[in-house]
Design a protein around this ligand. Structure first.
Ligand code: PLP
Length: 357
């Protein structure tokens, strides 16, 4: 506050350097939000009207929202039912002469299967933009989220693993020219004050946010480690609980570092009833995400039909996140799993009642 440097400035620059180091990239560029990071990435690559960008239909709205905002058309590809990330095997069939980029999302804190995606990108000459908003510090085969594609996009929305005291976002890249371009685009496209070669947007990171984030970044790996421990403990408790209904814990691909932004279980037959039961017991749950993006009202013009992406649609019906955060205690985890186990009884008795009536 004393410095009166509220926007960008030395605090932001220091945070950018620390984030470049943390993500093992050459450059980091702060901006106002994760959504803006995605939009800036597309603008920097010249993506616009008439272009297509391939992404997942099972993600937070911002991923496809940024593509549509750039003027391009979101082209969806169904997900892998185990990881909930875009299925690389289906990507090539979606490429057309208008395709300008592939935008994989690292959902829930686990990297999309980047090796085949990078291979497709190299063969078809398409850049990859990583939506790493949920995956800061996660890894795929030893490579860090945000360092594998041409550009990585991060969010510091307060609920993210590294959350600010408000909105914030950041881009990473190893490309020096792209870095310069992004730094201009975030200040209305100007490279020197009041001289604009192109039209950008206003999307800058606040110094106060950078100051908060710099303090929290030091703790991030400890917090992510704690999340992993909670996830392992849930896995173990579910194994011991011997539930009478199907509940599948998260699948972790080999050679990845999953940072468990969310711990999401699949409950094929009783998801909504189990959620109600848990809410009654004071356990918070949430569905990420209940409506696949191709079914959103604003995307009806894309003319996707229901059934177009069966795995995304199934995941929207069957998955739910249960509490997972660094401060969660063993006792609380026990309570959550007991609450889920006790649903068996009420679930099967109502099933019996329904059967007899
Ligand atoms: C949070 C999030 C964003 C958007 O970030 P904001 O900072 O909220 O704008 C984009 N993509 C994904 C996958 C996210 O989870």
């Amino acid at each position: 506050m004393d410095s009166q440097q509220f926007v960008l400035g030395p605090e932001v620059q220091a945070f950018e350097e620390e984030m470049a180091q943390y993500t093992k990239t050459r450059h980091a560029i702060g901006c106002a939000s994760g959504s803006d990071a995605l939009l800036l990435a597309l603008l920097a690559l010249g993506v616009g009207t008439g272009d297509e960008v391939i992404t997942s239909p099972f993600t937070f709205f911002a991923t496809a929202g940024a593509i549509a905002r750039s003027g391009a058309r979101p082209v969806f590809v169904d997900i892998d039912p185990h990881t909930y990330n875009i299925d690389p095997a289906q990507v090539e069939a979606a490429i057309t002469p208008r395709t300008r980029a592939i935008m994989p999302v690292h959902l829930y804190g686990q990297c999309a299967d980047m090796t085949p995606l990078l291979d497709i990108g190299a063969r078809r000459n398409l850049p990859l933009i990583e939506d790493a908003a949920q995956a800061i510090g996660s890894e795929d085969r030893g490579r860090t989220a945000g360092s594998m594609g041409l550009i990585g996009c991060f969010s510091f929305y307060p609920t993210k693993n590294l959350g600010g005291a408000g909105d914030g976002g950041l881009l990473t890249t190893n490309d020096e020219e792209l870095c310069r371009r992004l730094k201009a685009l975030r200040v209305h496209g100007g490279t020197t004050e009041y001289h604009h070669r192109e039209v950008g947007i206003n999307s800058r990171l606040d110094s106060l946010q950078a100051a908060v984030l710099r303090v929290k970044l030091k703790c991030l790996d400890v917090w992510s480690g704690e999340r992993q421990k909670k996830a392992q403990r849930y896995n173990q408790l579910f194994q011991e609980a011997k539930l009478e209904f199907e509940l599948f814990p998260p699948f972790v691909r080999p050679r990845t570092r999953h940072i468990f932004h969310q711990y999401v279980v699949r409950v094929p037959r009783h998801r909504d009833a189990m959620m109600n039961h848990l809410n009654q017991k004071g356990v918070g749950t949430k569905i990420y995400y209940p409506v696949p993006l191709h079914e959103q009202e604003c995307f009806q013009y894309l003319r996707y039909k229901e059934g177009a992406f069966p795995q995304a649609e199934r995941a929207a019906r069957e998955t739910v996140a249960i509490p997972c955060f660094p401060e969660l205690t063993e006792e609380q985890q026990g309570y959550v799993v007991d609450a889920i186990s006790s649903f068996e009884a009420s679930g099967s008795s109502t099933a019996r009642l329904a059967h007899t009536s």
